[in-house]
Write a new protein. Sequence first.
Length: 281
Amino acid sequence: MTATILDGKAVAARVKEEVAAAVAEMPTPPGLATVLVGDDPASHAYVRGKRNDAAEVGIRSIHHELDASITQEELHRVIDQLNADDGVDGILVQLPLPGDLDGEAAVERIDPGKDVDGLHPYNLGRLVLDKPGLRPCTPSGVMRILDHYGIPVAGKRAVVIGRSFLVGRPLALMLAARGADATVTLAHSRTADLPDLARSADILVAAVGVPRMVTAEYVAPGATVVDVGINRVDGKLVGDVAFDEVAEVAGAITPVPGGVGPMTRAMLLVNTLQAAASRRG
Ligand code: NDP
């Protein structure tokens, strides 16, 4: 293998140390509220992980577990209470919500200043406007890992495969934002000649949800490859990138697991700290 491994686990550990140090300086720790609806085991595991991360860095967590039979109005009432609670700096509603509950409406109900997932239209709008705000955790994690390893971004060609509002679209905006200054192409399932396009990238990001779709054919020699995908295949976690063959061509690559996943979790803590700091002036 020739590629440098971009070790998200190690960078996330560093980010967590920084957050813990900043939290220790605060007169009262930030509070992160998690709202979990229903009994989906994966959602329970994600929220448990996020609460453990918070505890590790000294962030207080406030947890609400709600029955899947809750109505949208009842869910909104819980969010309203958390919006009004001065001890809560960040609110995270674990998505997807079960049944007919509307996740987007729930996120819109969150006070944008407490929207630590960075998915409220207000915060996404600030991103479009290139103004400071709470940014979505996964794209922020990608930017942070590139920065940590000193991967040049300004003036480089980036291709992001996947245009979801959760990952691909905000990441494309962040790569193209003033200060990052990449030239970005946002690709998706209707993109023509995708392998050719991908091969034009200095930085190639796969946020697709198709196991090992990005093969060596997609990658220019020396390119940086960021694999956002998390797919379970035969009980094993695999990314959207065919790691073994791509690592022979790429200059740098994030592994799965241990790449973007830990960064996403760490950036939630950064956002909670940021929300607390700006709420407290
Ligand atoms: P979505 O399903 O919302 O979006 C997938 C995107 O990929 C769509 O834009 C779709 O195109 C595009 N796509 C699908 N198939 C192809 C194809 N064959 N060729 C090109 N483009 C294609 O997924 P998410 O963005 O939410 O997640 C993407 C992956 O990232 C998943 O594996 C998910 O589990 C993972 N993930 C990982 C996180 C982490 O922390 N590491 C956090 C969040 C997600 P179109 O729009 O045309 O349908």
